[in-house]
Design a protein around this ligand. Structure first.
Ligand code: SF4
Ligand code: SF4
Ligand code: SF4
Length: 404
């Protein structure tokens, strides 16, 4: 019997030199659109100031309480900036798939993270003790129903359902921090790739927090949850200010405990990126456009065509920009429909805004958002005050909910 040996490709991201001319000729005309360009100094300064403003809003809402924490200086300031810069980014984006992703990202943040929790505040059912009142939907709060639903969705569709398409962190870094996507600002190479393991320290803290929320409230659990909140919130905003040096995904790449959790589900779940080594010309473009610094083609080649990593947030940039269509999304839909081809032309064609079907889908999405808002309005009016709600929700859902 002949032994089959596989050539092992060293997994080292290489932003490297531009692809040779004969390879560049193969690339789609508009492939440069997803490659980050260089921006003028004043654009970068504007971007950095917007980051600093969002940080100041959080600080004011958390500690200083100046000016009665108005919208221009509270925790929602970040979301307002996402909406303002997001409209500019959606307008300026030329890649149809990325434009659609930005539209959903900004829409989700504006409605699910901002409008509903702010305008129609009510508490959703949750298990265990929670340090603060969780709003609805509480996408990052362990113990809430939304969080369990998010975990299930990540298992089926990968981390992109939350990280790639539905997180304020990525939203603000995509729309405000875009001038810092260029490789001048993004640390790449072996050491930054290894630094991704740092986030497991935060993940350990997160496990502690998950344990604490299941305990009865006491001084220890309250102090620990407060410490955990600080360890998440403070680095989140400090990395805004460090964006020119650590790139616009510094927090997601190195520190986020939620990203680590969702990343684990990436590993055990049904999401991956398929890589076809036969057609891949090793141009390295997939690595250059990846904000998470994932060595896409090297990983695919050394792992038998499967790019399965905790890091991938499913933005799809590598897939849409691969000149030879050697990459494709793979998730639960491929299990149900094995012949489904989620490859690059599919992504581009499906998201061409000149097609009536695409516009119809966008209108349908807006309709669902509108119904969600109206439902939230009605529901928050029905359930009455926040103090009454836990008991009502507990009775409604039969869940162990703490009464305040
Ligand atoms: S890694 Fe964390 S901060 Fe980044 S998008 Fe995912 S959940 Fe949000
Ligand atoms: S997968 Fe595509 S983009 Fe990546 S190296 Fe191969 S041909 Fe280039
Ligand atoms: S591997 Fe591809 S889909 Fe995943 S984060 Fe990188 S560019 Fe986005």
């Amino acid at each position: 019997m002949t032994a089959v040996t596989h050539r092992v490709i060293p997994i080292q991201p290489d932003a490297g030199k531009p692809a040779p001319r004969h390879i560049r000729r193969l690339m789609p005309v508009n492939q440069q659109r997803s490659l980050a360009g260089r921006y003028a100094g004043w654009v970068k300064m504007l971007s950095w100031l917007a980051f600093a403003w969002a940080f100041a809003g959080w600080l004011n809402d958390t500690w200083f309480y100046q000016f009665n924490t108005p919208l221009w200086l509270n925790r929602y300031t970040e979301y307002a900036l996402i909406l303002i810069f997001g409209l500019w980014r959606i307008w300026a984006e030329k890649n149809p798939y990325t434009r659609k992703r930005l539209l959903l990202l900004v829409g989700n943040v504006a409605v699910l993270w901002w409008a509903i929790p702010w305008l129609f505040p009510f508490i959703e059912p949750h298990v265990g003790y929670l340090a603060g009142l969780p709003a609805f939907p509480a996408l990052h709060t362990p113990g809430t129903i939304t969080f369990f639903l998010v975990l299930a969705a990540v298992f089926l569709f990968g981390r992109r359902v939350i990280c790639g398409w539905n997180c304020p962190c990525v939203a603000i870094r995509e729309v405000v921090g875009f001038p810092f996507r260029h490789n001048d600002h993004v640390p790449r190479g072996t050491w930054p790739w290894r630094l991704r393991h740092l986030k497991w320290l935060w993940f350990a803290l997160y496990l502690g927090a998950m344990w604490a929320v299941t305990r009865p409230a006491n001084n220890t659990t309250t102090a620990f949850l407060g410490f955990f909140g600080l360890m998440v919130g403070l680095p989140y905003f400090i990395t805004f200010l460090l964006t020119p040096w650590i790139g616009n995904r510094g927090y997601c790449r190195f520190l986020c405990p939620y990203g680590a959790t969702f990343g684990l589900l990436n590993q055990v779940g049904m999401f991956r990126i398929d890589h076809d080594a036969k057609t891949c010309i090793e141009c390295g473009l997939c690595v250059k456009v990846c904000d998470m610094n994932i060595p896409v083609w090297q990983m695919g080649k050394s792992a038998g065509g499967r790019v399965k990593t905790t890091e991938c947030m499913g933005c799809g940039r590598c897939i849409t920009e691969c000149p030879t269509q050697s990459l494709a999304f793979h998730d639960v839909r491929n299990t149900i429909f094995p012949r489904l081809d989620q490859n690059r032309p599919f992504l581009r064609a499906r998201n061409d805004w000149s097609r009536p079907l695409v516009r119809l889908r966008a209108a349908g999405y807006l309709l669902v958002l509108g119904i969600t808002l109206a439902g939230a309005w009605y529901y928050s009016a029905q359930v009455g005050t926040l103090n009454e709600l836990p008991a009502r929700m507990g009775a409604l859902c039969g869940l162990p909910v703490l009464s305040w």
